[in-house]
Design a protein around this ligand. Structure first.
Ligand code: LMR
Length: 398
């Protein structure tokens, strides 16, 4: 049966973890995967999470099946975080949310559901985008195309190119849009840019699918929701995939959500019934632990405040690492000007390093990054940053 089967290539991001773990060097640094490490180089267990977990352990709750769409109090907390506690859409019952297996699971649920709708069958993703977007939508049966996004010359957004490419797509194409902290470039749209995109989406009847996996890592929970809120105000139907992997440091718990905005409460009910069908035929219903903990934290004012404080510390530490990295590269006489790194937001820097330079970082210095030059700034700390900037200077020249 398997004699002719080919070996699949390693995943471009998670495959780096496999290679990193197998590397015997003790001074190795993993700047590949999008994971926040604290100053001590560890993935933190947030205090708000640990407190909620203690409460649940004491309660000794049974583990029955969840409803197909997940923990209800979790879904309502997700909706408030995305759309705002005072959102008119929520008051009118226009939004339905299903708990998902991480943000990736939310994308797949949405992809499978949209296949049942009247779409062009084309999905457009930014160039560049998170590596798994293309693979996921291709596997779900779509034709995946790029739209221009990042301008390497300015290290900024190519808005004109983006709008032209979105315009050229067939009507009713699915647009995957990074709502904040664009992965991998860290370059986001301004509210004025979003207004232009929204007008185009409306005119071309495109189907917007906002991916928001890093809410809170840009400027704050509310600030980072601006694109979602603007789409909500537009009156369009759209999709949102969200994740707590990063903001709760909850990677292995796989806690995400798919939210869909409909035009009426009746429509929303029918949409949810179809999303539930997709869930039931894939994995039946979601796991209890992670979403219950997130719900407890978000719905308990003291824990919510504690979590927001911890998230702000993570965000600020990443910003300070950006500044230190740029300063060190300058002080060490790097040939290239890396000052653009401080203007990027979220966990990543799209460093401009070539695939060959990234390979040299790995081979010669034990520093792992994605071959596109994406490095995870959230994995830098005062103990490893010197070695990292030395190595970047060594491979990129002085
Ligand atoms: C990343 O981009 O590194 C993260 O989103 C992890 C992943 O699943 O790829």
């Amino acid at each position: 049966l398997f004699s002719a089967i080919e070996l699949a290539p390693r995943d471009p991001i998670l495959g780096l973890n496999e290679a990193f773990n197998a590397d015997p060097r003790t001074d190795k640094v993993n700047l590949g995967v999008g994971v926040y490490f604290n100053e001590a180089g560890k993935i933190p267990l947030m205090k708000a999470v640990a407190t909620a977990e203690q409460l649940h352990q004491q309660a000794q709750a049974a583990r029955g099946y969840l409803p197909i769409e997940g923990v209800p109090s979790y879904s309502s907390a997700v909706q408030k975080q995305l759309f705002g506690a005072d959102s008119g859409l929520l008051a009118k019952g226009l939004v339905v949310t299903a708990q998902s297996i991480g943000g990736t699971g939310a994308l797949k649920l949405g992809a499978d559901f949209i296949r049942t709708l009247d779409s062009s069958g084309v999905v457009a993703i930014s160039n560049p985008s998170w590596e798994n977007h293309r693979a996921l939508f291709t596997a779900a049966g779509y034709q995946v195309q790029d739209y221009r996004y990042y301008d390497p010359a300015s290290h900024g957004l190519d808005l004109a190119g983006m709008l032209a490419d979105l315009e050229a797509l067939p009507e009713r194409s699915v647009l995957v849009l990074h709502a904040c902290c664009h992965n991998p470039t860290g370059v986001d749209l301004t509210p004025a840019d979003w207004a232009q995109v929204i007008a185009l989406v409306e005119r071309k009847q495109h189907i917007a699918f906002l991916d928001i996996a890093y809410q809170g890592f840009g400027d704050g929970i509310e600030e980072d929701a601006v694109a979602v809120r603007m789409f909500a105000d537009s009156g369009l139907n759209f999709f949102v995939s969200s994740s707590f992997s990063k903001s709760f440091s909850f990677y292995g718990e796989r806690v995400g959500a798919l939210s869909v905005v409909s035009s009426s409460a009746q429509e929303a009910e029918r949409v949810l019934s179809q999303v539930k069908r997709v869930i039931r035929t894939n994995y039946s219903n979601p796991p209890t632990h992670g979403a219950t903990i997130v719900s407890t934290v978000l719905n308990t004012p003291e824990l919510n405040a504690m979590w927001q404080q911890e998230l702000a510390e993570m965000r600020n530490r990443i910003k300070s690492m950006r500044e230190l990295m740029v300063q060190q590269l300058k002080d060490k006489g790097a040939r290239q000007d890396f000052s653009f790194v401080t203007g990027q937001c979220g966990m990543f820097s799209y460093s401009g390093l070539s695939a060959d330079q990234v390979e040299r970082l790995r081979a010669e210095f034990g520093i792992y990054a994605v071959s596109t030059g994406r490095i995870c700034v959230a994995a830098l700390n005062l103990n490893n940053i010197n070695a990292v900037t030395d190595a970047i200077v060594a491979v990129s020249g002085t």
